[in-house]
Write a protein that binds this ligand. Sequence first.
Ligand code: HSE
Length: 425
Amino acid sequence: MKKVGVAILGFGVVGNGTYRILKEHRELYQRTQEVDIVVESVLERNKERAISLGVEEDKVASSIAEVISNPDVNIVVECIGGIGAAREFVMAALHAGKTVVTSNKELVCKYSHELERAAKRHNAGLYFEASCVGGVPIIRTLLDGVQANNITSMMGIINGTTNYILTKMTNGGASYSDALKEAQRLGYAEADPTADVEGFDAAYKLSILSSLAFHTKVPLGKVFREGISGVSQEDIQDGKRLGYVLKLLAVGKQSENGIEVRVNPTFIRKEHPLASVNDSFNAVYITGDAVGDVMLYGRGAGDLPTGSAIVSDIIYAATHSENKYSTFKNNAAAEKDTKFVSDFRSAYYIRLTVQDKSGVLAKISALFGKNNISIVEMIQTESGEDKATLVIITHETHELAVRNAVAKIDDTGVATVESVLRVVS
Ligand code: HSE
């Protein structure tokens, strides 16, 4: 039986999850895949931790040089994260002709061109299913399962931390800061939650996924990004009243106008399949010209879900003699002939505080009309002594038109803007 040796770099949550799956399922893979996958080496700064988690002492390496000079190691799994040591070690492994499996979205998003060039030059494989949406097999689906299609759109909840926070705010009535604290207590959010709550994590993933879906490089800088830290309980409750649920949506679209990629808090109708994706779960909803709609749902993070994606890549690499490379174009910048849409179209939710007196609505509708913004519905949700809260849902319109109108609201002298959010119409 073919024997394949694996080295795991980084023995944190994901490295350990990968190790456990490989150990526990070794016989299953022997039986079903006809391959014996053995962990030959673990590189972990805290050696005692690796040993206490069951790694034999003689398998704990002291340096990347020791790992890549080990002839029994065929596949190097990178679970370190970030773009410091991880980038250096992955490049060293590829240069040594070792196949690399990584869960590192930032590394793949920013350096895929460099990694892929090294992999091809040294006839090594490069696989990164675990970099996007943890255990949900979205990359294999894009590369293999729906490759017959021209993918026109992709909408996803691809960050579990923010989905947990928004779910607590929606269903439990929690404030943003209480929901964030709870996410930190449960280990979803980091002590510094910026990468998740400001949408960076989702933007890395969207850059990778839309590059694969649309067969061109979609650099991070082209992804419009807005996080959830400014979302208020008022917005969530007003949206709910109108039949919407707020999600941090990653949206990728491809049309004759170009590619549109954005991550922003977005209202979706409560009947939409993505509306019921709650807590820390993730989902991606793809539309292809032949297949129609396809939705994948599951855990986007965690030891075993992310380990599942890593081990699936290991098995793929171990059972295929030819390396399969992604469809990333091999350069850092966007292709010259790839058009990106910046003035994208969307429906909008706009919450205003207005003076509660006659003539106010006329002034606001006149301003919207002047900017070609058509209103679908408008409700007054609260009134104080002489103030009221007005919530407006628009038809699909241009982002720039909304920005222009919002910038001029103060000039009406009767209203101020509290929030502007996108709506999937
Ligand atoms: N922090 C991410 C999330 C998981 O909350 O979904 C890793 O990308």
